[in-house]
Design a protein. Sequence first.
Length: 262
Amino acid sequence: MDQQALAQLLQTLGSGGGGGGGGGGGGAAGGLAGRPGMTGPQTDKQKKHLRSALDNYLAKPAQPFQVGQWVTWKKHLKNTKIPKEGRPCLIVEVLPEPILWSRPKKKLKKVEASPAFRVPVDLGLAMKHSESGFIVYYFNSQRFEQIDITTLGVKEQRKCAKLKGFVDAYNAPLDYAVGDTVVWKDGLRNAVLPPSGHQAGVVYINPPGTVVSAQDNIFANGFREPRDVGVLVWTGQDFEVFHVDPHRLRKAAPEEPRFQQL
């Protein structure tokens, strides 16, 4: 749905129109019971919020978003559990064209009648994660606006600085080659194997972007994650090759522990 069609639809809803005919009429009404503000006449406050959400959704940033900028949800446009309202996120990827993602039909009876149909995602945002340093999720850029983190409190600024440190470490050039042993960069481990602090052996390095995670759910961690490096890992029974994100690894120092004891 393009912006003009979306604006027309929301304007119709805001004026109390739309009627009850067409597809999704009778059957959909039953599903609205129990949702706040979805039964009974639409209030003036709801219409005001709709107008605000519509204006915010269609508002374009003064300058196109760029990698390295901080953004947060626009008012009324948060539609996922994370990031939290007001939480700054760091842009790590801006797609030239949005990916129109739809949830597989096996997950939903009527995909076309759900918000998970043709979701435009064009913004990769890094957010702090307690175990893997940071994770990246993809969103619709029209739901976000730039934020000046210098206006935040000291505690929030420290969180932003820590997140930026993890992202900078991630983006550092690879310091290893085929035949080297590697370990996870500090705080950036995002897989069970190899265990933290244990070395793995690099068996091949594909050109960037050659191998991408098979995760096809935009709401799941790992969507579009690169897996360009194959590493030999001791699994507790034998040595197996796993595909991992090359930027989360670094060359192992000679004094670091090697493979788990056989």
